[in-house]
Write a new protein. Structure first.
Length: 337
């Protein structure tokens, strides 16, 4: 029996449950998902195909820069109006960029970068971008501490799954959910020999073990063990991307928040609990915290800025950059993004 949730887009309750379940375990089989959601595996397969075709659903592996001890940066690029789209598309094709959006009437690009190799960040910030004549100004803020986002997805804030369903879906390798399993101290590691495995999973996080075996040349059991180890260490997690407008939330905005230094942590923790917040991190730069808010429209953004955010003690200043268009989430798809 399908449950109805308070969503106002093109999806129904089962669609939201399926998306939420994939957020918990993106590699769960259709039969396992169906058993937990109370529908047949054929129903899950049909819904998955429709969501992929219509709502931009993709399941992909993501390297967790914070767990890997790698720097992450938020870039704000002010561009000539006729060049912002071209520059944003060029940035989107890079493997070290995520969450790219056009804002400020099409004159500003907001972009997150996760350099994979030493020198990548310098090459982008000190080399390519400054040599682009249409880039008028570059602001770079380093992310210092994640309050929300990454492996913790926004969909869980809808409450589409109950605790029993979440527990049944949570992979055994998830150290946060398994009391007997602890992660090793220090940064997680990705070895050079892991690259062929991750190359496949970054295109399709649901790739089968035989597909991973063919891509890596390892035995299926070796692939299973290594993937389980990478997921357990937190070096990699399986994430979902989708068009939030299909849930009735078409507007995303980046909020640059200035706080009293002593209030930064408390404000960040409070922001993580807000339904509108899909990502929140402390930053080094002109603002102290950067968040991504997802709302139903301009009225919803105003209600959030003047309500839950405005009431937070310690918030001194907020600058909002609503996205005119989201160019890239986790992966780059040229058509329609």
């Amino acid at each position: 029996m399908e449950t109805e949730f308070h969503i106002h887009g093109k999806l129904d309750g089962l669609d939201l449950q399926l998306l939420s379940a994939l957020e918990v375990d993106g590699r769960a089989s259709f039969s396992r998902l169906g058993g937990i959601l109370g529908v047949s595996d054929q129903t899950v397969a049909r819904r998955f195909r429709r969501l992929s075709a219509e709502a931009g659903l993709r399941v992909v592996a993501v390297r967790d820069a914070e767990r890997l001890g790698q720097d992450q940066w938020m870039l704000r690029l002010r561009c000539a109006p006729d060049s912002a789209t071209v520059i944003a598309d060029a940035l989107a094709k890079r493997p070290d960029t995520y969450w790219i959006g056009l804002g400020s009437g099409g004159t500003e690009i907001v972009c997150m970068t996760r350099p994979r190799h030493p020198g990548d960040h310098d090459d982008l910030l000190l080399g390519k971008l400054p040599r682009t004549p249409s880039v008028v100004e570059i602001r770079a803020q380093q992310l210092l501490h994640r309050f929300y986002g990454g492996p913790t997805g926004w969909l869980r804030k809808f409450g589409a799954l109950d605790k029993e369903q979440i527990a049944a879906l949570t992979p055994r390798h998830d150290a946060n959910a398994s009391p007997g399993l602890t992660r090793p101290a220090g940064p997680a590691r990705i070895e050079p020999e892991d690259e062929p495995l991750l190359a496949v999973l970054e295109r399709d996080g649901r790739a089968t073990y035989p597909e991973l075996q063919r891509a890596t040349g390892r035995s299926e059991s070796a692939v299973k063990r290594r993937l389980a180890a990478l997921l357990a260490s937190g070096a990699v997690y399986i994430d979902v991307e989708y068009h939030s407008e299909f849930l009735g939330y078409p507007l995303a905005a980046v909020l640059w928040i200035t706080t009293a230094p002593s209030a930064m942590h408390a404000v960040g923790q409070a922001l993580a609990t807000h339904d509108e917040i899909a990502f929140a991190s402390a930053t080094a730069g002109p603002s102290h915290i950067v968040v991504t808010a997802v709302v139903r429209g301009t009225a919803g953004l105003y209600a959030y800025l003047s309500g839950p955010l405005g009431r937070l003690e310690g918030v001194q200043h907020v600058e909002a950059t609503p996205f005119m268009r989201r160019v890239k989430q986790l992966t780059y798809q040229h058509a329609g993004r």
